[in-house]
Design a protein around this ligand. Structure first.
Ligand code: HEM
Length: 466
């Protein structure tokens, strides 16, 4: 460690804090270089520039967390439409739902409300092509792994023919949208009285930021349409697998724990105070749903490793405590599964305890309510009321969204989306409980929910508007 002077002093190598090393030392361990390798950046996204300069990530980091609040009413409406279409409005009969497929289809619509806005987010031809493209990226990584480097210049372009085809198909829809957006944003700049506002979505954000930063190379219709593709990839499958896992964890949990009832009760109470509309403040108070997802991401995560980083310091990096050296070019990662199943951090770590993260605050609130909050501890001090750990809070022991400067910026979107999703689902549908958790399937370091997992749902009486 002494030889690798770029690692800040005091950054720990082992134990629960090791995540900090990976999160904070960019000139030693690189995130974008590892993404480039893992995702076959030379070929997968149809143009090398997409991952050599991941400008789309910069756009999302800059805009998404700040622009999400005004999106809430649109997303709430989208969730309702998606559920009504996918799960139906029949109050008499139970319907069997293929959980993974159903969530994937609903999520790609909701996510594209943020990426492309209306009306394209409801265009099923476009959405299915986007989903096909995201699977192409997974396949490219899988296929090229078996091809030696010196053969990649032939195998790469051949293996990514589907990627090019699907990207080309999406441009039928995205390029006209982008051309119009560019024209209108330009017109608005020249004439502020022009009665038009840029829609609050990724396409507008990309144009506005590239203009503000004088990135003319990013302002072509071609480049803007290519930039959409890695965001689709980052957003669609990660979210749908995560929400599928959460639903399966909840629906197969012990009914006596009353998790579904607890989430519904809190949703009803917040919506009653806020006239049936979700708001940023209302969603922030919905901590049972937040905790249910955070706990599912802890116990049922689809990644076993995270914070994948490539060693980019020429001298490599050494760990004298454990006695190893990782040379320049090697890839390292953090064993997220082990950390998130450590009984010292998470008591009873194999159990899905939906309210693990919201319970401490709830207990302290009830102590405040019954006047025992300020009871003295053995050493005479009073304990500060614990705060619920929110989904978006990453830490050394909660890593599904990574940690540090490159922590997933999409988590702010997911936190809001899931809460509206669970609220609508529990308010409007009866759900038949599963007797046990459908078994996860392991593929290398990836653990997926079974694609054939189903449960039955029925629309609740009195919830269908005439
Ligand atoms: C539950 C859903 C999601 C999960 C589990 C997830 C997880 C992750 C992880 C593990 C990373 C890698 C960070 C690293 O290498 O350190 C990442 C990066 C990223 N994610 Fe997500 N993500 C999710 C949803 C989304 C959504 C909806 C978006 C939408 C815009 C998004 C956008 C991004 C971007 C732009 C990056 C790159 C950040 C950077 O390298 O600076 N993600 N995500």
């Amino acid at each position: 460690l002494a030889k690798t002077s770029k690692v800040p002093e005091g950054v720990p190598w082992v134990g629960k804090d090791a995540g900090r090393l990976f999160a904070e030392t960019h000139d030693v361990l690189s995130t974008s270089a590892s993404h480039y390798d893992t995702l076959e950046g030379d070929y997968a996204f149809t143009d090398k520039r997409i991952l050599t300069d991941p400008y789309h990530e910069h756009v999302i980091h800059k805009y998404l967390p700040r622009r999400i609040a005004p999106m809430i009413p649109d997303l709430q409406a989208e969730v309702a439409l998606d559920f009504d279409a996918a799960w139906g409005t029949n109050t008499d009969e139970w319907k069997e739902i293929k959980v993974g497929d159903s969530v994937l289809s609903m999520l790609s619509q909701a996510v594209n409300r943020m990426i492309l806005g209306l009306p394209l987010c409801r265009n099923e031809d476009l959405l299915s092509t986007m989903r096909a493209f995201t699977m192409d990226i997974v396949m490219t990584g899988f296929l090229l792994r078996f091809v030696p480097r010196w053969l990649r210049f032939i195998a790469g372009p051949l293996a990514t023919l589907p990627n090019k085809y699907h990207y080309w198909k999406t441009t039928k829809y995205t390029k006209p949208l982008i051309a119009e957006r560019l024209k209108n944003i330009q017109k608005k700049e020249e004439d502020p009285s022009f009665e038009w506002e840029p829609p609050n979505d990724f396409v507008s954000w990309s144009i506005l930021l590239a203009k503000a930063e004088n990135r003319s190379d990013e302002l072509t219709v071609d480049m803007l349409s290519r930039r959409i593709m890695p965001i689709e990839f980052a957003a669609i499958h990660t979210s749908s697998i995560t929400i599928t896992n959460c639903l399966l964890d909840l629906v197969s949990s012990d009914p006596s724990k009353q998790y579904l009832e607890g989430i519904l009760e809190q949703s009803n109470s917040i919506l009653a105070q806020d006239n049936g509309q979700w708001t940023k403040a209302g969603l922030a108070r919905f901590d049972t749903a937040d905790s249910a997802l955070r706990e599912s991401m802890r116990v049922s995560n689809f990644m076993t490793q995270n914070l994948v980083r490539k060693v980019v310091a020429k001298e490599g990096i050494s760990n004298p405590t454990e006695g190893w050296h990782a040379p320049y070019g090697m890839t390292l990662s953090v064993d997220m599964h082990d950390i998130q199943h450590d009984p010292e951090v998470y008591p009873d770590p194999e159990t899905y305890d939906a309210f693990r993260f919201s319970r401490p605050e709830e207990e302290s609130q009830s102590k405040i309510a019954n006047g025992t909050a300020n009871e003295r501890t053995a050493n005479g001090t009073t304990n500060p009321a614990p705060k619920a750990l929110g989904l978006v809070q990453t830490s050394d022991s909660f890593l599904p969204f990574s940690h540090g400067r490159h922590a997933c910026p999409g988590r702010f979107f997911i936190a809001m989306e899931v809460k509206m999703f669970l609220s609508y689902m529990l308010t409007n549908y009866d759900i038949e409980r599963l007797p046990s958790r459908p078994k996860k399937k392991t593929f290398g370091g990836t653990v997926l929910p079974p694609s054939d997992a189903t449960f039955k749902v029925r629309r609740k009486k009195g919830t269908v508007k005439a």
